[in-house]
Write a protein that binds this ligand. Sequence first.
Ligand code: DAH
Length: 341
Amino acid sequence: MLAQLNELHAQSIERLNQSTATAELEAWYKETLGRKGSIYLLTRQVGGLSPEERPAFGKQINIVKNELQAAYDSRLAELKGSELQAQMKSSAIDVTLPGRPQPKGGLHIISQTMRDIYRIFGDMGFQIFRSPEVETDAYNFELLNFPPHHPAREMQDTFYTSDEDVILRTHTSPGQIRAMRAYYPEPVRVILPGMVYRNEQVNARSHLQFTQVEGLAVGEDISMADLKGTLTDFARRMFGAGRETRFRASYFPFTEPSAEMDVTCFVCEAKGCQLCKYTGWLEILGCGMVHPMVLRNGGYDPEKYTGFAFGLGPERITMLKYGITDIRHFWENDLRFLQQF
Ligand code: DAH
């Protein structure tokens, strides 16, 4: 019986070493060490031995069992390892390759500035009003009180089309007329954002397309104080709580009186630096009380209604805020620039 056991031991080890797949190993285990395996069957025969022979046999069978178990464990580990290797080689996924980065999208810096502006005016009760980029001469100029050969048109070199009346808007102000005509006789509180176009030499300081955000409030008893309060509040929320503003008299055909608003320079805190050209002030926007002619063209009786308007340039604000010195960066789609924001 001992000889039988040793024979079984040797055979089992040999079969174990010949197996080349974990599935084969499982079968081996069942047949050898399993509940009805060959070792078990041999154990059952102990009863046929003489009482003197039994202890030695029992001891030996335990040794064999343990050795077979250890041999099985190590062979299993070996085969599992090589099967994993083979699988990694043959399958399409190579887990050792570095991952492919997911390109991250982001909002264009001008869109971010526009959204900041929308949020601030939105909080003050202004709604966004969209108006077309392709306009007529009437909306872009005439209804805004620019007579046909008025020199103020010179400031806004225009892209004309083959239809002599159809142009690309040079500013967002034509939206004032469209908004008033849409709202009449209700009070108006709108901002008009979007792209504008000018037939200009492209350089670091001017471009032939850029964005503007126009604002318009029309109602009864609206005064210059409302304009100053609204825009000063805007400046503080946009550029910091301590910002001071000042209004300088200016000229636009569609407002009377007209002004430009400056804020204290946020780089030098008004001490004087290169950005503010040592004045302590930065010009931010144009504004004024809506001209009676423009109110009338929008449908509102200037005897009863008044209003204020303003127009600002998100590119300019963004350039000031981030120290960007060339306006062309915004529309060149260079990721090295865009990814910085
Ligand atoms: N439309 C003017 C421009 O493009 C900016 C502007 C100035 C708009 C004064 C206004 C305003 O509404 O009141 O230069």
